[in-house]
Design a protein around this ligand. Structure first.
Ligand SMILES: [Zn+2]
Length: 310
């Protein structure tokens, strides 16, 4: 359970945050100026998205949401898109191309409400069982870009940054230069460990460098409380160290599950979901050229479920 709230960052920019490190409670962004509004991401369920939209209507009653930006195609950032009819939905070309490989609401619903008879179903029931995925029609992007895309929302200039593959097959951040704010999507987590669905941990490090290069001072992560430059820098440096450690295990011929256990022991720290380190180690193994590394969503969830109990 979490109680999300709309946090003003400037007269025209807000963060919608759950301050939660639990799976699925993603943060969103709002930029509103001169009757126009842009939403960075929607929520995991229709109920959570309705809550978000009610808060937006309360904060900026005269503005119409004309643009939704999707930071990537995971359901916790996109499954409320249909509740903003008429808005253009923008994401990067790489992100849009990956939509067909995402787990559908029906599949996730079945997985998280079934008998917890395997490690995967038990993990899904524990972390996703509380969400109601009923009624969702996955609503794809209507506009894509590569590199960067400059837009204006009323009189406020914003820039979308194509971060490439890292957390997902295509990640997008939203920079609001006049406020020194970046909505990072899941290129940044605060309070929880990184998940690497894309098979490239080095790209996750590069994405952090791109975020830092904006010069912004406030970073709204995909999950968890708001972050500053010091947090983003520490997050980046830890990912780089994990990459080095996991690559050394790969070169030494350590079996993946054992390497993940060792990396978890070394890097779990106080952050939530240390089992996600399985995905970081698997990505490092993939980049090191190890054959047969798990790469599908299901296989990665299976690896996390096993590491959670290791
Ligand atoms: Zn997310």
């Amino acid at each position: 359970m979490s109680t999300p709230r709309l946090v003003p960052l400037s007269p025209t920019t807000w963060a919608w945050t759950h301050d939660s490190t639990a799976w699925g409670y993603s943060n969103c962004g709002l930029v509103a100026s001169d009757g126009e509004a842009l939403l960075m991401d929607t929520q995991f369920t229709l109920g959570l998205t309705r809550e978000l939209l009610a808060a937006v209507a309360g904060a900026v009653p005269d503005a119409t949401v004309t643009t939704v930006v999707n930071s990537h195609q995971n359901g916790d950032h996109t499954w409320g898109n249909e509740l903003v009819p008429g808005a253009q939905v923008i994401t990067s070309e790489a992100s849009a191309a990956h939509l067909c490989q995402e787990m559908s609401p029906a599949v996730l619903s079945a997985l998280s409400s079934g008998e917890p008879s395997t490690a995967v179903t038990a993990y899904a029931v524990e972390h996703f069982g509380a969400f109601d995925f009923g009624g969702i029609t996955v609503t794809p992007p209507t506009r894509t870009f590569t590199g960067s895309l400059d837009l204006t929302v009323g009189r406020t200039a914003v820039r979308l940054l194509d971060l490439g593959a890292g957390h997902s097959a295509g990640d997008v951040a939203l920079h609001v230069p006049e406020d020194g704010v970046v909505f990072t999507g899941d290129a940044l987590f605060h309070g929880g460990h990184m998940i690497v669905w894309s098979g490239s941990l080095s790209s996750c490090v590069t994405a952090c460098d791109t975020l830092l290069a904006t010069g912004a001072t406030t970073f709204v992560p995909g999950h968890g409380p708001l972050a500053d430059r010091a947090h983003l820098t520490a997050f980046r440096d830890e990912l780089a160290r994990i990459l080095d450690t996991a690559t050394a295990h790969a070169r030494a011929g350590t079996e993946l599950a054992e390497a993940a256990r060792l990396v978890k022991k070394e890097y779990a720290g106080g952050k939530a979901h240390p089992e996600r380190l399985f995905t970081a180690v698997a990505a490092a193994y993939q980049e090191a050229g190890v054959a047969g590394v798990p790469s599908t969503t299901f296989e990665l969830v299976e690896g996390m479920a096993q590491l959670a109990g290791a």
